[in-house]
Design a binder for this molecule. Structure first.
Ligand code: HEM
Length: 367
């Protein structure tokens, strides 16, 4: 216990004097302070602090995914940590507007002083991407390089080590593969679902053939039918799926994809509710990160127009492209392509529902 003379103060506990010494504008050192450089530094530092908090949450979740099994209590922890990350992400997006109160001309007062430093060199941002599951092969190159050419050797080494660890995507994929209730006591979710999908497709075809449609309507409906048929074929055929994985068009394994579909479609079953929120959390995090990327790209555009970035990329074009291409959980978002209306879903046998409850309450938590 602390003695009275050692009572902790606000300043000491939070290291406020140290924190407030960390804003050192280069323009001041160069002779004349550019007023907005203080805002520029503080904004970036605040971002880095929030990145640190997100990584703290993510690391604790990854630890849980390294376990052999994840029980219901762990599931609740994971979901609540995702919710925290998502709330922070909302702040990260809102914060862009504060920096945009700086005019492009005021930015030019000090921009040259900080080159070639760039957001490219934010190690925490890279850790965040890698830990979420963004793989090297998917990264957009600039001048035929990746951002890592901009880093110090020791920083590159940290990122390369992290790339070898289990990512959130891998952890979720592994967890979904273990789902025990896809084939259960003579009931195959996948066979029943495939049947229901085919039935639905047949009905679409029948209404197309029997309806009195105008030429335009027929053409539109035929297109719709063809694209649904192709999509459905691409999910029913394991070989096709594996080809898509090999060519980088999909990342989830075939079994995980089935498990994820089951969770999304039967989320009203109490035992699937937390797994459902977990998967939705992944989609939310991906979407908020994408929104931040777009928001940041727009800010860069208004600040520097079509100039190249201080880190050497094409600037706005590069950043906008990352928003589309650097998504991690698109396989989950894309699953809605294969959804059926609730009324057409195969009914899950009662014993599966009971067994699910049993499975999740079996393993003991150890956090
Ligand atoms: C005046 C405001 C800003 C401008 C004009 C700007 C511009 C840019 C540009 C052009 C790039 C591409 C890399 C390069 O060639 O340098 C970039 C990357 C980046 N910036 Fe900013 N930025 C601004 C503010 C911020 C803020 C506040 C953050 C918060 C941490 C940030 C984080 C990043 C990150 C993480 C990257 C790497 C993105 C990636 O490679 O996917 N930037 N920025």
């Amino acid at each position: 216990m602390n003695s009275k003379s050692k009572t902790v103060t606000y300043q000491d506990y939070l290291k406020i004097p140290e924190l407030l010494r960390l804003q050192q504008p280069l323009s001041k050192e160069a002779g004349e302070l550019a007023h907005d450089e203080v805002l520029f530094i503080i904004t970036h530092q605040v971002y880095e602090l929030w990145f640190k908090q997100i990584l703290h949450e993510l690391d604790s979740v990854l630890k849980l995914f390294q376990k052999e099994s994840i029980n219901e209590r762990h599931m609740g922890i994971i979901v609540s940590r995702f919710e925290r990350i998502i709330e922070i992400q909302k702040i990260l997006i809102a914060q862009v507007a504060v920096l945009e109160t700086m005019s492009p001309a005021d930015f030019l007062e000090f921009r040259d002083l900080l080159a070639p430093a760039s957001g490219f060199q934010s190690i925490q941002f890279r850790l965040l991407e890698i830990k979420m599951g963004l793989i090297k092969e998917r990264r957009i190159l600039f001048e035929r390089q990746t951002f890592s050419s901009e880093l110090r050797d020791e920083e590159r080494a940290i990122l390369e080590e992290t790339e070898k660890d289990l990512s959130l995507f891998d952890g979720v994929n592994r967890w979904l593969e273990r789902t025990p209730f896809l084939d259960f006591d003579g009931f195959s979710f996948w066979d029943s679902y495939k049947e229901a999908l085919e039935e639905n497709l047949d009905k679409q075809k029948q209404s197309l053939d029997s309806g009195h449609l105008s030429a335009e309507e027929r053409e539109r409906m035929e297109k719709n039918y063809e694209s649904t048929r192709k999509n459905i074929e691409a999910i029913m055929d394991e070989e096709k799926h594996n080809e898509m994985v090999e060519t980088g068009q999909r990342e989830l394994s075939y079994r995980s994809l089935q498990a994820a579909l089951l969770i999304f479609l039967y989320r009203d079953q109490p035992v699937l509710y937390l797994p459902y929120r977990l998967l939705t959390g992944l989609i939310d995090m991906d979407e908020y990160l994408t929104s931040w990327r777009y928001r940041h790209a727009l800010m860069a555009h208004r600040m520097i127009g079509r100039k190249t970035g201080t880190g050497g990329s094409s600037g706005y074009s590069y950043l906008r492209a990352t928003a589309e291409r650097h998504k991690v959980f698109s396989d989950f978002t894309n699953l809605t392509t294969f959804f059926l209306p609730r009324s057409k879903l195969p009914t899950l046998p009662d014993d599966i529902q009971k067994a699910l409850g049993f499975y999740y309450s079996q393993s003991k938590g150890d956090l």
